[in-house]
Design a protein around this ligand. Structure first.
Ligand SMILES: Cc1cc2nc3c(=O)[nH]c(=O)nc-3n(C[C@H](O)[C@H](O)[C@H](O)COP(=O)(O)O)c2cc1C
Length: 427
């Protein structure tokens, strides 16, 4: 571990720029459902200029003591003239109310969207003076005398109020959660810590992936910058060829579709199903065959019991259409289907099409419930789901084939997707 880190002191990451964050090496579950083998860090930074000090982001409330000890090692509270919050998530704003008490003269610099969240973070009592706040946007800057902090508006990465802050004279980009990793190593810098590429990519998948388009817009703001250091709010400080991290994010965000032709053409349809007695599985095969009849559509089908949901999430990310099959058990879709459906909120699904099918015995709720969830996930459900009572007969399999074909047509845009076929009546 870096000596200064061990002694709760700030660590210089560029001339007059210090890391004053906190380590959380024992954390194994972040935000309720993210597993981390290597804990995490909450990174906060200070920038010293001729006219004062700026603090950029704070830490989780539980780690405030460590943050204040490091902050006091590099600055006096009365030197702090600016506090920049690049987003207001509690792991970065937890120590903000106490910092504002200790440095009451400091002005807050936030994105306009953060303003609507600020009172909920500060919870001011009646009669408290309003905080001194300035909202900033792309093109705005804050001068510390000989040093300039420029702001980049990068909303939704991953909170609506996200911005990044760029120290122009030194090429330091304070990137908030963008380029973060849940990886705690007291050696702090990317060229000193252990291999964290898997955690870097995993952070993208878990946190940034739903926001592909805002991310590409943010990369466009960042790519022209001169960069010597990227200072994210979690994990290692990135100073070894920092531009490669931008390139990796671009590569991840622009990943080619899994089912596409080598030249990128042709939409893909993924059919995923569970089946105890083979009825829903037979429907899946007929739907796949019907969809494959449509020229140019790539179709795959997979039994959920053979795959972990996490492995299927990448597949769905690369597909244009998602068809889910479940028998009805106890008035519901089955657990592997819900496990999968609950894993999909880390994807950008708007624009994909969705559909449902399944066998049932008497009440058959599963198809409707899956369709409702697909719509809630912002998929378009252009063709009504198909249900079959117990084992599908030949006529019903023909209908399943037609259903698959209609979905493929909806994908290729060769049909009026507003119309639905009422195959449920076959049940
Ligand atoms: C434990 C269990 C519970 C079931 N509950 C329902 C139910 O609530 N409503 C219904 O319509 N069918 C119910 N069924 C019937 C199944 O949906 C039906 O057998 C279906 O064909 C199974 O499809 P599969 O062969 O794809 O597994 C149930 C079956 C089992 C084994």
């Amino acid at each position: 571990m870096n000596d200064a880190v061990q002694h709760r002191e700030g660590v210089e990451i560029a001339d007059g720029v210090h890391w004053v964050g906190a380590l959380d090496p024992d954390l194994r579950t972040f935000d309720i459902c993210l597993h981390t083998d290597h804990g995490t860090t909450y990174n906060s930074y200070t920038v010293r200029g001729r006219d004062g000090v700026a603090v950029i982001d704070t830490v989780k409330a539980s780690h405030a003591d460590e943050f204040f000890a490091r902050l006091e090692s590099v600055a006096d509270y009365d030197e702090i003239r600016a506090i920049v919050l690049d987003h207001l998530e509690p792991d970065h704003s937890g120590a903000l109310p106490e910092l504002m008490r200790r440095a009451p003269q400091a002005r807050l610099y936030l994105s306009p969207r953060a303003l609507g969240l600020l009172n909920a973070v500060l919870k001011p009592a009646d009669g408290d003076p309003p905080p001194s706040v300035e909202t900033v946007d792309t093109g705005d800057s804050l001068s510390l005398g000989d040093r300039t902090l420029r702001f980049l508006h990068t909303p939704f990465l991953h909170w609506p109020d996200t911005q990044c802050t760029y120290l122009a004279e030194d090429g330091v980009l304070f990137s908030g959660d963008i380029f973060g990793s849940h990886y705690c190593d007291g050696r702090l810098f990317d060229d000193r810590v252990g291999a964290f590429d898997p955690e870097f990519d995993d952070y993208y998948r878990q946190i940034m992936r739903p926001f592909r388009r805002p991310l590409i817009a943010a990369l466009e703001l960042m790519e022209p910058l001169d960069l010597t250091v990227i200072a994210p709010t979690h994990g290692p400080v990135l100073r070894d060829r920092p531009r490669r991290y931008l390139a990796r994010y671009r590569q991840l965000a622009e990943r080619p579709r899994i089912g596409a032709d080598s030249d990128g053409a042709g939409p893909s349809l993924v059919i995923l199903y569970a089946s105890a007695y083979g009825a829903t599985a037979r429907m899946a095969e007929a739907i796949a065959a019907g969809a494959s009849d449509q020229a140019g559509v790539r179709v795959t089908h997979h039994d959920l019991s053979d795959n972990e949901p996490a492995a299927l999430v990448d597949l769905i990310d690369g597909a244009d259409g998602l068809v889910i099959g479940s028998p009805t058990f106890n008035g519901d879709a089955v657990k592997p289907v819900w496990d999968l459906l609950s894993s999909l909120n880390t994807l950008e699904l708007a624009g994909k099409i969705g559909a449902a099918f399944g066998s049932y015995g008497w009440s058959g709720e599963a198809v409707r419930l899956i369709e409702e969830r697909l719509r809630a996930l912002k998929l378009r459900v252009p063709v009504a789901g198909v249900r079959v009572k117990l084992v599908p007969c030949d006529t019903e399999l023909v209908a399943c084939r037609a259903f698959g074909h209609r979905l493929a047509e909806a994908l290729t845009g060769t049909t009026d997707t507003g119309r639905v076929i009422e195959l449920e009546e076959l049940g």
